[in-house]
Design a protein around this ligand. Structure first.
Ligand code: UDP
Ligand code: MG
Length: 356
């Protein structure tokens, strides 16, 4: 199968359906289309867009998107998820649903982008589903290339940033560290420069919807499900209107969510550091005993005791904090609240899922 000339990520890089170790495979049927067989145009296509205060952007995006989708599939729908907007977004969306093919899912409050994406995925009926942002940073025209890769057999096609030159040094530094930490020693590698702009075949959508966890670190979940995957390089333009919803603090919170969802090595690291400190303490104790027996010096060492205690206490609190992050996540999972609440759904999209 011919692949994108630049980056072609085969499913072998991820835990795959066939031959995956117990507990790591995806309980989804293999796709009906063998990877090397060329498919026709998708029988139906859904485009899911999470929106929070995007009124100005939607007015620009939707006409462009409709023009693209009309050429790609005989049946298409745009699923707009209103994630607790407080501007004119809701009104704009209601106007847009007068046009067939546009559906709106209004959430009862702001649940966050990851939950809004899950809501959109659950509502989408298409044989293939495209996820994209509302702010025109994800050019609709790229969907044509995504569908072309799907027709060649890919089950997931994701857009990957060619460069991060447009970001601040601090953000690039933080991103580099985050992906290094999240991928450290893990069999599932989360691609560094990929975002949510991607095409998913129905098998991949169903696999994502089958994952029961509340902590939806979507970039990790996309990687975890595997499937035959192609990366498509692109350079995102700046946001058309408004500002990003993410500042450094929210990014840090999301990073901790991602780390706790996909790693357990911080817990192990705490144990290893604990063992090293205990060994050092034991060695130092042995040395003091030896020195006392030889030279009889019993009183000195006050500074060492205070420094040692501060070090141990600091380490123990850090280890407790790390443990607390994981325990807190278990608490969230055990409560098993729904990921989102839908206030109302309106507009006409595709027919029922039975059609594809
Ligand atoms: N978004 C959302 N809920 C939120 C935050 C963001 O639905 O709580 C949507 C937002 O409307 C946009 C997409 O997620 O369509 C990406 O948001 P943004 O452009 O702020 O993120 P960035 O591009 O800076 O990562
Ligand atoms: Mg954006």
């Amino acid at each position: 199968m011919s692949r994108s000339p630049s980056v072609a990520v085969r499913a072998a890089a991820y835990p795959t359906r066939a031959g995956a170790p117990p507990g790591e495979g995806v309980a989804t049927q293999a796709p009906a289309t063998p990877a090397d067989e060329r498919r026709d145009a998708p029988s139906s296509l859904s485009c899911v867009i999470p929106c929070r205060n995007e009124a100005a952007n939607l007015a620009l995006l939707l006409p462009r998107l409709r023009a693209v989708l009309g050429h790609l599939s005989p049946e298409w729908e745009i699923v707009l998820v209103d994630d607790g907007s407080v501007d004119d977004t809701a009104m704009q969306l209601a106007d847009w649903t007068a046009e067939s093919g546009v559906r709106v899912l209004q959430l009862s409050r702001n649940f966050g982008k990851e939950a809004a994406l899950s809501a959109g995925l659950a509502a989408a009926h298409g044989r293939v589903v495209v996820l994209m942002d509302a702010d025109l940073q994800h050019p609709p025209e790229l969907i044509v290339q995504m569908v072309e890769h799907w027709r060649r057999g890919a089950e997931v096609v994701y857009a990957v940033r060619e460069s991060r030159r447009d970001e601040t040094r601090l953000k690039r530094f933080g991103t580099g560290w985050f992906y290094a930490l999240v991928n450290a020693g893990s069999r599932v590698q989360v691609p560094k420069d990929a975002g949510d702009f991607r095409l998913l075949d129905r098998v991949a959508v169903d696999a994502l919807l089958d994952l029961p966890e509340r902590n939806r670190f979507m970039k990790g979940l996309y990687a975890w499900i595997g499937f035959d995957t192609v990366a498509l390089p692109y350079q995102p333009p700046p946001r058309a209107s408004g500002r990003s919803h993410y500042n450094y603090l929210t990014l840090l919170r999301l990073s901790i969510d991602g780390l706790t969802a996909f790693t357990i090595w911080p817990l192990r690291a705490a144990s290893v550091v604990g063992i090293v400190i205990a060994l050092l303490g034991f060695g130092y104790g042995a040395w003091i005993t030896f020195a006392y027996l030889i030279w009889g010096d019993a009183v000195s060492g006050w500074t060492t005791i205070v420094c040692g205690m501060a070090l141990m206490l600091g380490f123990m609190l850090i280890a407790l904090g790390v443990l607390g992050e994981y325990v807190g996540r278990i608490y969230e999972e055990v409560k098993a609240r729904p990921l989102f609440v839908v206030r109302r759904e309106f507009g006409r999209g595709l027919q029922k899922p039975a059609d594809h």
